[in-house]
Ligand binder design. Structure first.
Ligand code: CU
Length: 249
């Protein structure tokens, strides 16, 4: 097939037009980039026990060791948030958040300056970093004072208090799973792909309280012990179990 000169120049100008149009479009897009560089992320916490909602003082929960238990206190700190982008860049937020489930405190909080983009990993701690885990390092609010770790036991703060009661065949006992001391800071690492593309986007995190009693250590409140804070061996078990208590959903 042969093309005459008129037809050829017509196609060439058409092609040039398309190229021009495409490059114009791209220029415009770069110029009025509507996405801000920084972004707030709204973290929303929820709690469950293997799928059951957590209600105060109800013996509705059973851990892997077979302890039938209730919960009447669940308080902890979250800190050292690190968001890792798919390209390897890490963004850190230094906030320390106090959470009290039954008092409805810290259930929703904002982390600032997390850029839009794709992420593969989120890390944070249950507890406080060594720099803040010093007596009087936090503001003297009633909540922080109540979380104080006795000076004669090393000072600083409780990382977590989870308390309630549990049943054995013969009786009902109280339990207090308390965590503190730098060695027992719980480091959470969640490998999951997620993306931030709008301002104030929600990040939903759920704690399954039964995870405190399993993986890697089967924890039995009746056999291992029901008061952990004076016992490093027990706190080590709880802290290691705690690395997977949170999931994103
Ligand atoms: Cu304690």
């Amino acid at each position: 097939m042969r093309m005459n000169t008129t037809k050829l120049s017509f196609y060439l100008s058409l092609l040039a037009g398309v190229v021009l149009l495409t490059s114009c479009k791209r220029d415009t897009k770069v110029e009025d980039d509507p996405q801000p560089k920084n972004n707030n992320v709204m973290v929303s916490l929820s709690f469950e026990c293997d799928g059951k909602a957590i209600t105060k003082d109800v013996f509705d929960y059973t851990n892997d060791a077979g302890n039938n238990y209730s919960v009447n206190r669940l308080q902890f700190y979250l800190s050292e948030f690190v968001f890792k982008q798919s390209n390897g860049t890490e963004v850190t937020d230094e906030s320390a958040i106090y959470v009290d489930y039954f008092e409805n405190k810290g259930m929703n909080f904002t982390l600032g300056k997390i850029p839009f983009g794709e992420y593969d990993e989120i890390r944070f701690c249950i507890g406080l970093p060594p720099s803040l885990n010093v007596t009087d390092a936090l503001p003297n609010t009633l909540d922080n004072v109540n979380m104080a770790w006795p000076v004669m036991m090393g000072g600083g703060y409780h990382f977590m208090k989870m308390e309630g009661n549990f049943n054995t065949p013969s009786s009902t006992y109280g339990y207090a799973v308390h965590l503190g001391k730098n060695a027992f800071l719980v480091r959470i690492k969640i490998l999951q792909h997620f993306s931030f593309s709008t301002s104030n986007q929600k990040l939903n995190m759920k704690m399954n309280i039964n995870e405190w009693f399993r993986n890697p250590h089967l924890y039995n409140l009746d056999v291992d012990g029901n008061y952990t804070m004076a016992n490093d061996t027990l706190m080590a078990k709880i802290a290691e179990n705690g690395t997977d208590v949170f999931t994103l959903w």
